[in-house]
Design a protein around this ligand. Structure first.
Ligand code: GLY
Length: 397
């Protein structure tokens, strides 16, 4: 092969695999410059994505399952709000107009979802998209959609259960399933209560937190994924897993949802028992003997094949973002900042950076028991990554 062809092929390959050009090592410390540099890179990548692939309803990014294979989220998918939410956050950071145009387009695709009451995921869908939109631009339509979505979510609350029902499927097995992830959807209710002066949203959210506290958590602050309640009496029928190794295991993303959920519940209520719960979950997670040295967890703390078990970057980064909020309430501020920083620093190394557009991070694990999305780029990891970087930046003058 002549020299010209070798150079041409290397240039072509380095354009395809930008992150492979050099093996980037983990930096020592978090600094304002490092955070800004990373966020600037994410802005740049998102602008490139927008230029190459204008927003279309059928192509809301969800994950990548192979070099060529992108997976898209339908509007009804629980992941559909994350991509617009990434764009809103990066627009808020950079003020780059094309990001706002793209964010608005992707957000508008989800309008009808605010009217649906068929799953608790309406919180993930609408709060991550319209909720971020409202934070950045105070347009009435965004606020009204949030309130409408809260109304729809409230219909899934049953006073006998004192909880929101997570899923309607598999009624032969689940009578009234409530999953730990459901805590995340309460942000929509708490926020809509503030926006609408409607106290019932707040009351429902609070009573759901109490039910979750009563049933989901173990003595060591780890959590069960799912509790199944008797749909007539509200009595506890069983505690089990859906996405973890076993009923008694600690599924990593479930622990992350619990930490984030209890922290946001404290934000709106200032109830010290929620703060203590969040602190306990953080301790469980970061002092666990099975947490790898780089602080990026295995997909389940009890995975049988540790240290070969797949990692879940999403669990690490959701936790980091939660810690950066918890640090503002807790006496353990320095410890939480340090733990969150360790996650962000590890994500700087090339093994965790996604090489291809539109994603930022690699190695998240979506659903191991059904062998779906294992150690791949997934959109919710990117969403909480951007949030964590922006939250951490606010600690610097
Ligand atoms: N159900 C949301 C998750 O997979 O974490």
């Amino acid at each position: 092969m002549n020299t010209f062809r070798i150079i041409a092929i290397s240039l072509f390959l380095s354009a395809l695999f930008p992150a492979c050009q050099e093996d980037i090592q983990r930096p020592e410390n978090i600094s304002k410059e490092l955070l800004q540099h990373r966020l600037d890179m994410l802005v740049q990548r998102s602008l490139e994505t927008y230029e190459q692939y204008p927003p279309i309803r059928e192509k809301i990014y969800r994950s990548r399952s192979g070099f060529w294979t992108l997976r898209f989220a339908e509007e009804s998918d629980w992941c559909s709000g994350f991509y617009p939410g990434i764009l809103w956050q990066l627009y808020g950071y950079s003020s780059k107009e094309p990001l706002m145009i793209a964010a608005k387009a992707y957000t508008s695709f989800l309008q009808k979802e605010a009217l649906k009451s068929d799953s608790h995921d309406i919180g993930f869908k609408i709060n991550s998209s319209y909720g971020q939109a409202w934070k950045i631009r105070k347009e009435q339509e965004f606020k009204l959609t949030l309130i409408q979505a809260a109304r729809s979510l409230s219909k899934r609350y049953d006073a006998r259960m004192q909880a929101i029902k997570s899923w309607d499927y598999n009624p032969g097995h689940y009578q009234y399933p409530v999953i730990i992830d459901n805590l995340m959807n309460l942000e929509l209710l708490f926020e809509a209560s503030r926006l609408s002066n409607e106290p019932s949203f707040y009351r429902l959210a609070r009573s759901h937190v109490e039910t979750s506290l009563k049933h989901h958590f173990r003595e060591d602050f780890s959590s069960y994924h799912l509790v199944n309640l008797d749909s007539m009496s509200g009595e506890l029928l069983g505690k089990e897993t859906n996405q973890g190794v076993s009923d008694e295991s600690a599924w990593a993303r479930g622990q992350a949802w619990g930490l984030y959920g209890m922290t946001l519940a404290y934000r709106y209520t200032r109830d010290s028992s929620y703060l203590r719960q969040a602190e306990g979950i953080a301790d469980f997670f970061f002092n666990h003997p099975n947490l790898p040295e780089d602080f990026i967890p295995y997909w389940d703390f009890d995975a049988p094949d540790i240290p070969e078990a797949p990692r879940d970057v999403s669990a690490g980064v959701i936790t980091a973002s939660a810690l950066f909020e918890l640090a503002t309430y807790s006496n353990n501020r320095e410890e939480y900042l340090n733990w969150g920083d360790q996650v962000l620093l590890s994500l700087e190394s090339s093994q965790y950076q996604a090489s291809r557009l539109p994603f930022f991070l690699d190695k998240s694990t979506g659903n191991m028991p059904i062998e779906e999305e294992i150690e791949v780029p997934i959109v919710y990891a990117d969403y909480y990554y951007v949030e964590a970087l922006i939250r951490r930046l606010k600690f610097f003058p």
